[in-house]
Design a binder for this molecule. Structure first.
Ligand SMILES: [Zn+2]
Length: 257
């Protein structure tokens, strides 16, 4: 079954009357599984894993259509990824049901300076049984769009107003090369998800998201520049190291088959 972002993309495509042409993108046929040219397909490497923490993507209108969207990569890696299109005037009942599901503790991930101080947290509390005896799983709500769209989503979504705001302090500038936000402290969605997973103690998932983003970027740029994939290059080596760390050299069949 296609993941949450793939389903959202298909629904968004079905609603549009004219075909979406990515700005500066390539117009040839794309793989429906990874959005890349078939010659640079990434689908055989998709490293889906189960995590205690989940990700909920609120996506600006055309974000699911952009080939450079990295929320897609989050859904490739994190099995419990949910994705909803955002609109000011209507809210998907399934989103509200998810946010009120007692198994989850939702956090809105957004810079703390835009929220009331009493809502802001900088860490994810350790697992703790709540009043009803349930140990809640962290659910990170990421606002996936441009910075202006993110501000709008944060300010005009009443169902987010009561939730804690997780404010991240990135230790390094974004490495994402496919978009330039104009500010190097703006991380892409997949980088934000990796930081959240790290805060939740999910270090393997955090490393996987980072390595997989590097591989996606490599394939994307090679396709754009009509170059072959460097299967022995640093991006693929990085993903291999996360899949089977040095010292545990029993590679999975993704690379050996
Ligand atoms: Zn593919």
């Amino acid at each position: 079954m296609p993941h949450a972002v793939a389903r959202l993309r298909a629904a968004r495509l079905a609603r549009s009357s004219k075909p979406f042409l990515a700005r500066g993108g390539f117009k040839q046929e794309r793989c429906v599984g990874c959005r890349l040219l078939p010659s640079h397909c990434l689908c055989a490497l998709r490293p889906t894993m189960s995590t205690r923490a989940g990700i909920c993507l609120l996506m600006a209108d055309i974000e699911p259509l952009k080939p450079s969207n990295t929320g897609w990569l989050v859904a490739d890696v994190v099995a419990d990824t949910f994705a909803f299109g955002w609109a000011r005037t209507e809210t998907d009942p399934a989103l509200l049901a998810l946010l009120s599901d007692p198994q989850w503790q939702p956090f809105v991930v957004f810079p703390g300076q835009y929220a009331a101080p009493e809502r802001v947290v900088h860490a994810v509390p350790p697992p703790d049984a709540s009043a009803d005896g349930l140990v809640k799983r962290p659910l990170f709500i990421l606002l996936d769009g441009t910075w202006a769209e993110g501000r709008k989503m944060f300010g005009r979504s009443p169902y987010l107003d009561a939730l804690p705001v997780l404010s991240l302090a990135p230790e390094r500038a974004s490495r994402y090369q496919l978009r330039n936000s104009g500010r190097d402290d703006h991380l892409c969605t997949s980088e934000v998800a990796a930081l959240c997973m790290g805060l939740a103690g999910e270090h393997h998932a955090a490393q996987m998201l980072g390595a997989y983003l590097d591989v996606f970027t490599h394939h994307y740029l090679c396709a754009k520049n009509q170059q072959p994939v460097a299967w022995e290059g640093s991006a693929h080596q990085g993903l291999r190291d996360v899949l089977s760390p040095p010292g545990h050299r029993s590679l999975g069949n993704r690379y050996s088959s």
